[in-house]
Design a protein around this ligand. Sequence first.
Ligand code: CTP
Ligand code: MG
Length: 260
Amino acid sequence: MTETPSRLVTAVILVAAGSGQRLGYGMPKASVPLGGEPILMHALRGIVSSGTASQVCVVLPAGDDALRKLCADFQEELADGGPLLSVVDGGATRADSVRAGFEALMDGIEAVLVHDAARALTPEAVFHRVADALAAGAEAVIPAVAVVDTVKTVAPTQGPDAAVAPELVTGTAPREELRAVQTPQGFRVETLRHAHRAARDLEPEQAAAVTDDAMLVEMTGTPVHAVRGSIQSLKITTPLDLIFAEGLLEGPLGARWVEG
Ligand code: CTP
Ligand code: MG
């Protein structure tokens, strides 16, 4: 019988420092109520109940005392043996916020899971699949789901055809090879540190095109593995996503959500 490799000592960096422009609530997205509780609380509870983290580094909007208080209260609420909660101020971009979380890692952390607070309903099983792939030897691993839409590349229409339609199709990506990528994204701690250090040398235009941590690791040539994500890990971005998330929590479909 093959033994399951033991889990690495892991920290979750929970990035929650965004302003939530597209949600349009006039408050940071982490504070927006979902099922009667701030989005941040759902994200924190999900991480803790997965049991994958020895430490959670919560990255908050600078100066947000209400969210800090929420974290302090949650730390008290945690039973003995729960993870250490560290709170730091975020930066101007998501990548800056991840780096801020990195600074707060305690000694002895072997692996880091970077997670978006906006993916507040991520099932525990996804955390486990990511943590298991790291334990099995992956340097980097992301949760991913198949793409349901046909995906095409386009370019602005040039010349007289511009009056017909604004864009022209330039190709169709092979859908069976495409994946929509989620968080938590897992890394050996040194792998992620190296990738973020290398990112400091990127031109501003390249830096702006970096939308996840795995992309930085790919740039360093390290293989990135993919495990199965979950459509329940939707990123709450727009008001429609919030409606979906509310529906997952308490709507008539709730009981049918058995997907891991
Ligand atoms: N994030 C962060 N620091 C930033 C920008 C984003 O910690 N400077 C976090 C967000 O809080 C979120 C995750 O990164 O959990 C994904 O970002 P996104 O969904 O874009 O959230 P916001 O930036 O808050 O939303 P918007 O882009 O609509 O303003
Ligand atoms: Mg954003």
